[in-house]
Design a protein around this ligand. Structure first.
Ligand SMILES: CC(C)(COP(=O)(O)OP(=O)(O)OC[C@H]1O[C@@H](n2cnc3c(N)ncnc32)[C@H](O)[C@@H]1OP(=O)(O)O)[C@@H](O)C(=O)NCCC(=O)NCCS
Length: 134
């Protein structure tokens, strides 16, 4: 069955939490995060990649309501990686941010993902800063 992308799909918190944990290698079984509520309040859009009704990929775009948007939580189920699903999700998110009138789409990532974001998805490198509140 081909993978389909669904924008602003009806979010099942447990489903997105489980996918996120699998993709990022977090332990399974943690309580579900309130994804649906957070996305409705803070996201410009979110997109799911579905194999039938099974969620196998996810990305969201947060924004300032103006020129700047930020790509977050790009995740593809480990068994479904390297099938261009991540690229399709980021492309769909990029198109929606542009259509919404954003001027800039930001992303940050660990060094090993530079080929994905910079070569495959079309971002250009830029100096950036980060503070971790621990
Ligand atoms: C990053 C991620 C979303 C990519 O999803 P994907 O569907 O496998 O990506 P694609 O198949 O579209 O990848 C296209 C190309 O990008 C590059 N790429 C993808 N994932 C990569 C990785 N983990 N490391 C290095 N390069 C990668 C490769 O060149 C790949 O081409 P290939 O499949 O021929 O090797 C997925 O690996 C993932 O969920 N990782 C764990 C969560 C994470 O770290 N998310 C990023 C948060 S910033």
């Amino acid at each position: 069955m081909p993978i389909s992308l669904r924008s602003r799909f009806a979010v099942d918190d447990a489903q997105v939490s489980a996918l996120h944990a699998r993709a990022f290698g977090h332990p399974a079984g943690a309580p579900a995060e309130p994804w649906s509520q957070r996305l409705e309040r803070h996201a410009l859009t979110w997109i799911g990649a579905f194999d039938g009704e099974r969620l196998v990929g996810f990305v969201q775009v947060c924004w300032d309501g103006g020129a700047h948007a930020f790509l977050l939580d790009t995740a593809v189920n480990p068994d479904n990686q390297h099938q261009a699903i991540g690229t399709a999700l980021v492309k769909a998110a990029t198109d929606e941010a542009e259509a919404a009138g954003c001027e800039w789409l930001h992303v940050d990532f660990e060094p090993h993902l530079a080929p994905f974001y910079l070569k495959t998805c079309g971002f250009r490198p830029t100096p950036a800063g980060l503070i971790h509140f621990s």
